[in-house]
Design a protein around this ligand. Structure first.
Ligand code: ADP
Ligand code: MG
Length: 696
């Protein structure tokens, strides 16, 4: 980023050496210039200088005083060496004690002024500090200013980071190119690059820090949004397959219901895209149960009628199987052949299927992401649909497109993750968006309750009532299998272990509901077993389905009216909302019971959000506020580059401004090829260095 002479390798600096430079590398720091972008975690305000009399007892602060006499070395009875130094100012005496640092007896000369930084204790009429940090007046680095506190690693102390940062700010910062065009800085009131870098490390005051932060966040978000806008621009220019004039109206005659206005609008958006001659890259976002499958089916139908193939990718086998059933029931009557390809289609059946696909006898292929990673050859792939897209990232979208011919296939993404709109714009910044903001008619909101262990027997009674009325019940509990790997490795309590799917299902079947049929399904089961149990549930044979969150997405059994979630406090609100979306799909009144053993008020308060609203977007916003963006951005599933300073949750305002600026910039100079945009372009390329494919 800087120029070569000043941007030296850290290992070449005196005071660093090979051992420390190895440790610094762990923090991602190899050159001095890297330190410039390694921002403090927090700051300590050490600006105020106290006199001995004013120094507040019990506080850690700076006191300026003069060394009054030569330090005294002594030895405590325990054998510990200690150095005592007496200092004074006009208001009193400061007694210093240093342990284990006998060399300090030669460090102070009487008459010299020092700043001491430490915790203040009273001692007689004067003050005392133990092992304070000290600096000679006029040579302050860690006192008398706002001192940065850096993210550290074992063997690297903050003092080293501070001195490296000082060096970087002095030597490298002046050589860093200004990436923001002047008009952007003027319009959004942003300070200059060098000022920002100086003040993020060594703020003169908190106003300076605030403006440095603002600028750096803006810069980061603008770099990101520029990258996404460039990508979108490129896609829009791309030539697209032109599909036939097969209108939503014609298609809707095939559906067993009248589509909602929002569904129709989404279909019209698709119709417009696929007949425009440009490549479609569209996100259909709609809350659980809003009817996205019908919209996907429209796309598949359009492609098939135009002599092209459609591939629909689902995140789980369960969901793929269900989509295959739904699409077959709509499309096979009009002669469109739908097939299923998952990991469990093997041997001769697989071979036959792949041949039919290659010949073009199969028009719609439904499957898991295995669809694209295997040597699957399409005859003429015209449309790729990804359902429940939050599991796939920006990078995967590129891989999908690669399976097409010379002209890339259209891409349609369906997402039920109720991501707050602004975030959606980020993650899907390269896409057009259709929002389905209307549920099919006749849905009653799912009545939701938060209950404690004391209500367990009543809850089982309620299960019985529902089943007695011919309804079915989902019972979700956190899975042992899942919580070890993907879920973040949280250790399971014995209580949760007990509730692990199989044991719990067995308990329910034998002890609680011996007269009913309890089934269970979890992620580690064979696809065949899962399929068998799901179809037994779909047909009503199984009345109570105990499961892990494998049913979180998409599963559709309208007769199920009660969703019980055990240990509900372990889940994010958005995830619970998804789970709740499994019920309330039919004409019967539906319920969701969130069970928690947690006595903490905040845990219960959080769950209560779900009892108060059914608006997925509002819930997502609340989740974002309470838990931070990790829920949406955990495991970097979105595929976006990692950000250093900006935080999607709290910097929404700046995000909007940065997007605006990026849009304007890219509209005028699509590839950022003008000379004045070169620094920014380089920054964009640097940020997206992990997914260079998005620029192809
Ligand atoms: P999601 O958006 O969660 O994928 P689905 O496509 O699974 O929703 O639809 C949920 C349920 O609503 C399905 O049973 C589907 O048949 C039904 N459905 C979808 N659209 C309509 C509609 N316009 N009118 C009535 N029922 C509908
Ligand atoms: Mg769905």
């Amino acid at each position: 980023m800087g120029n070569k002479e000043v941007n030296v390798a850290l290992s070449a600096l005196s005071g660093v050496g090979p051992v420390r430079s190895g440790k610094l590398a762990k923090l991602g720091l190899e050159r001095l210039g890297d330190v410039l972008w390694h921002f403090p975690l927090r700051y300590e305000d050490r600006r105020k200088m106290y006199t001995v009399r004013e120094a507040p007892e019990g506080m850690t602060c700076c006191v300026k005083a003069m060394v009054a006499q030569d330090p005294q070395l002594s030895r405590a009875r325990s054998g510990v060496e200690l150095v005592k130094v007496r200092c004074v100012d006009e208001t009193g005496t400061l007694h210093l004690t240093f342990f284990h640092q006998s060399y300090l007896r030669r460090a102070f000369s009487p008459g010299d002024q020092y700043i001491f930084y430490g915790r203040v204790e009273r001692q007689g009429r004067g003050l005392a500090m133990v092992n304070p940090l000290f600096e000679k007046e006029g040579e302050e680095r860690y006192t008398g200013r706002i001192v940065p506190v850096y993210p550290l690693t074992a063997g690297i102390h903050n003092a080293l980071m501070v001195s490296l940062a000082q060096l970087a700010v002095d030597q490298v910062a002046p050589t860093v190119e200004e990436v923001l065009p002047t008009w952007v800085r003027r319009e959004y009131g942003l300070c200059q690059q060098e000022f920002a870098l100086q003040n993020i490390h060594f703020p003169q005051n908190f106003e300076g820090l605030a403006s440095a932060r603002k600028r750096l966040i803006f810069e980061e978000l603008m770099t990101l949004t520029c990258g996404l806008a460039m990508l979108k621009g490129r896609r829009q220019q791309g030539e697209g397959l032109v599909l036939g004039q097969h209108t939503p109206e014609q298609f809707c005659a095939l559906l067993p219901f009248t589509p909602t206005g929002a569904q129709t609008r989404a279909m019209e958006d698709i119709f417009h895209d696929v007949t425009s001659g440009r490549s479609m890259n569209r996100l259909v976002q709609g809350d659980v149960g809003s009817g996205k499958t019908a919209v996907a089916a429209y796309g598949a139908w359009c492609a098939a009628l135009s002599g092209l193939q459609c591939a629909l990718m689902a995140p789980t086998e369960l969901l793929a199987e269900q989509h295959c059933r739904t699409l077959s029931s709509i499309l096979e009557p009009v002669g469109v052949k739908v097939a299923l390809l998952t990991g469990s289609v093997k041997g001769a059946a697989r071979k036959k299927l792949l041949q039919e696909l290659e010949r073009g006898d199969i028009q719609v292929l439904v499957g898991t992401h295995a669809l694209f990673s295997q040597p699957v050859t399409y005859h003429k792939l015209g449309l790729v649909i990804a359902d429940e897209q939050h599991r796939f990232g920006v990078a995967q979208r590129g891989a999908l497109a690669a399976k097409g011919g010379e002209i890339p296939p259209h891409v349609l993404v369906m997402s039920a993750t109720p991501i707050p709109r602004t975030l959606a714009l980020m993650i899907y910044g390269d896409m057009e968006v259709s929002i389905i903001d209307e549920l099919p008619p006749g849905r009653t909101p799912v009545a939701t309750y938060v209950v404690g262990e004391d209500k367990r027997q009543r809850m089982y009674g309620f299960v019985r009532t529902q089943v007695g009325q011919g309804r079915q019940v989902y019972l979700v509990c956190p899975a042992v299998e899942e919580s070890q790997g993907e879920e973040g490795g949280e250790a399971l309590s014995p209580a949760m272990d007990l509730k692990a799917v199989t044991t719990y299902a067995k308990h329910l079947q034998e002890q609680v509901f011996p007269d009913l049929t309890v089934g269970f399904v979890h992620g580690k089961m064979k696809a065949k077993e899962k399929e068998a149990i799901m179809s037994a549930f779909a047909s009503g044979e199984v009345q109570i389905l105990v499961s892990t969150t494998v049913i979180e997405v998409g599963v559709d059994v309208p007769n199920a009216t009660l969703m019980i979630v055990e240990n509900a406090d372990r889940f994010g609100l958005s995830q619970l909302h998804q789970l709740r979306g499994r019920v309330g799909r039919g004409k019967h009144e539906s319920f969701c019971v969130l069970v928690t053993a947690s006595r903490s008020d905040t845990a219960r308060q959080r769950l209560r959000v779900l009892t108060q609203t059914t608006d997925g977007f509002q819930i997502a916003q609340e989740d974002l506020r309470l838990r931070g963006p990790g829920d949406f951005f955990g495991q970097r599933q979105h595929g976006l580059p990692q950000l250093k300073v900006a935080d999607f949750a709290s910097d929404l305002e700046l995000l909007n401004q940065a997007r605006q600026a990026a849009q304007t910039l890219v509209e005028g100079d699509g590839e950022l090829s003008r000379p004045e945009h070169q620094p920014l372009r380089r920054r964009v390329e640097h940020m997206f260095r992990d997914n260079p494919e998005i620029f192809h």
